[in-house]
Structures are given as structure tokens and as C-alpha cells.
Design a protein around this ligand. Structure first.
Ligand code: CAA
Length: 268
């Protein structure tokens, strides 16, 4: 559909996205981003992250729900392991070739792919089947909500590879499961299946894999039933709660409510 982009004059083309293994569709208030390199288990590269950030920059204002999913048997096998080899990824090089000055800024650029999914004006949903490893797990964690298939396998593999999780996943992980469990999951790099994911609050719902799309569509429809500005204000309020005292949060509730009630009365 035609919609007004948020910032840039032109939206990234479908063919440019296809080249980096992504598909992107906007249908009214719902945008769907599909990691689409199933033969490589949707492994992610710097080009993937730069395209994801660009989608976030250009997201049409009409969009209220962003679904992130993966084509094929795995949501995402994480970073493209070719980046660790001397040959690297064609057109992108390898870690060995980008280690110089500016490398930290390059990580900051990659993190932009993940951070926009928390904007108050949208609600992001990860639809996760099969493996969600490393950057794949972190992409799922970057979303507000996770619906998983019964074959899901979350794994924070980075420490086992000599790295740390650096794609914005550590904060949501600690927020969701608590510090001791986050530490145990990361340092053992063990896999978490659907039942445990539900128990640890890593997933809102687990369904048979063939029902994943329907479950996500149902959730999107239920979320869209609430008027947008109330949903946005509520998300903003809830997001701020963790960093505020009870009194500060009560004040934030009042401030948001004054705006809500004024706008309800103004619109009759
Ligand atoms: N990078 C590049 N290629 C990958 C890949 C990855 N991360 N994961 C899988 N592939 C490729 C395989 O090489 C294989 O390619 P070929 O057919 O050309 O040989 C193809 O995808 C299918 O892989 P498998 O046959 O292994 O598929 P599977 O279904 O049996 O297993 C899997 C799936 C468990 C995800 C397994 O592929 C795997 O363990 N992959 C590696 C996972 C990993 O270690 N990722 C890094 C996480 S750390 C991270 O992401 C770092 C960070 O954020 C900084």
C-alpha cells in the first residue's frame, strides 16, 4: 500500500532488500519484516542490520504493528559465521578487515537495527520458530512481544564464541528473566525450548508451528482494537516504569492521563 514514510524521501526497494535476504510488506497498520535467507538459516550480516535500520527510519506513519519473522525452519541462526573467516562475506569483508578505528561505531550502527523496534508508537512482535541463536535471539528480544512455535530453540551463543551479546539483547534479557538466569543462559549458551521460554517469560505464547502466523495475526488484531494514542501513551508509561520510583511513576500516570482525558473530551 501507499503510505507516508517517516523520514526519507524514498523507501528502500524490495530488490535491495532481497539482495540482503529480507522481505518487507506493509498492509495498512501492519508491517511484516521477514528474514528471507532460509538456506542459510537466516544468518545476519552488517548489510542485514543496515537494511533493518533503514526500514525503521522509513516506517510509514500509519504502521502500528511490526511483525518480525523468519522464513524456513529457523527464525535466525545469528550472525553470519563467514564474518569470522578470512574470506568474510562478499561485499562486506570480515571482522579481521574492519577491526580498526571506527569499529565501535560500526557496532552502534548495527544496534540501530534493533533499537527502533521499541518505539512507543509501534508494538513489535517476533514470530519465532526453530533456532533463534545469538543475533537471532537478540532480534527476538528487541521486539516487544514474542510468540513462539513449539519447536523454538533460543540460545545466546556469543560467550561460547568468545564474544558478548552486543545487539541490544542483554537489557531485555535481564529485564525478562532476571540477572541470575540471564547469566546462566548466556555463559552456558544452552538452548531454551518453548515450555521453558514461556516459564521464563521469554515468550507470551507458544503454539504448534503451523499455527504461528495465525496466532500472530490474532494478537495483532487484538492490539489494533485499542485506539492508537491510548496504546502509545500506555506503552510509553509502562516502558518508563522500571526506571522510576513509585511516586515518579504515579506522577507519570497523572501526566499521561491528563493528556488522554483532555483529548477524549476535546474530541467529544
Ligand atoms: N552463518 C552462516 N551460515 C550459516 C549459519 C550462520 N550463522 N547457520 C547456518 N548456516 C548455513 C550452514 O552453513 C548451511 O549452509 P550450507 O547448506 O551451504 O552448508 C546452512 O546454513 C544450513 O545449516 P545446517 O545444515 O547446519 O542447518 P540445521 O538446520 O541442521 O542447523 C543450526 C541449524 C542449528 C542453526 C546450525 O546451522 C548452527 O548451529 N548454525 C550456527 C549458529 C551460530 O553459532 N551462530 C552464531 C551465533 S553468535 C552471534 O550471533 C554473534 C553476535 O551476535 C555478535
Amino acid at each position: 500500500m501507499e503510505a507516508t514514510p517517516r523520514g526519507r524521501a524514498e523507501q528502500i526497494s524490495a530488490s535491495a532488500l532481497a539482495e540482503v535476504g529480507l522481505r518487507y510488506e506493509v498492509d495498512g497498520e501492519i508491517a511484516t519484516i521477514t528474514l528471507n535467507r532460509p538456506d542459510k538459516r537466516n544468518a545476519q550480516t552488517f548489510a542485514t542490520w543496515s537494511a533493518l535500520a533503514r526500514i525503521g527510519d522509513d516506517l510509514p506513519e500509519a504502521v502500528r504493528i511490526v511483525v518480525v519473522k523468519g522464513e524456513g525452519p529457523s527464525f535466525s541462526a545469528g550472525i553470519d559465521l563467514r564474518l569470522f573467516t578470512p574470506g568474510g562475506v562478499p561485499g562486506e569483508g570480515s571482522f579481521a578487515s574492519v577491526l580498526g578505528e571506527g569499529f565501535e561505531e560500526r557496532i552502534a550502527q548495527a544496534q540501530k537495527a534493533f533499537l527502533w523496534l521499541r518505539r512507543p508508537e509501534i508494538i513489535s512482535i517476533a514470530a519465532v520458530q526453530g533456532h533463534a541463536i545469538g543475533a537471532g535471539f537478540q532480534l527476538a528480544l528487541a521486539c516487544d512481544l514474542r510468540i513462539v512455535a513449539d519447536d523454538v530453540q533460543f540460545c545466546m551463543k556469543e560467550p561460547a564464541l568468545g564474544l558478548v551479546p552486543d545487539l541490544t539483547g542483554t537489557k531485555p534479557l535481564v529485564d525478562l528473566v532476571g540477572l541470575p538466569r540471564a547469566l546462566e543462559l548466556c555463559v552456558t549458551a544452552r538452548k531454551v525450548g518453548a515450555e521453558e521460554a514461556l516459564r521464563l517469560r521469554l515468550a507470551e505464547l507458544a503454539v504448534p508451528v503451523e499455527e504461528l502466523d495465525t496466532a500472530v495475526a490474532d494478537l495483532a488484531a487484538a492490539l489494533l482494537a485499542t485506539e492508537r494514542s491510548a496504546a502509545t501513551a500506555t506503552k510509553r508509561l509502562l516502558q518508563g516504569a522500571g526506571g522510576r520510583t513509585l511516586e515518579e511513576q504515579a506522577a507519570a500516570e497523572r501526566a499521561e492521563q491528563v493528556v488522554r482525558i483532555r483529548s477524549l473530551f476535546a474530541s467529544g
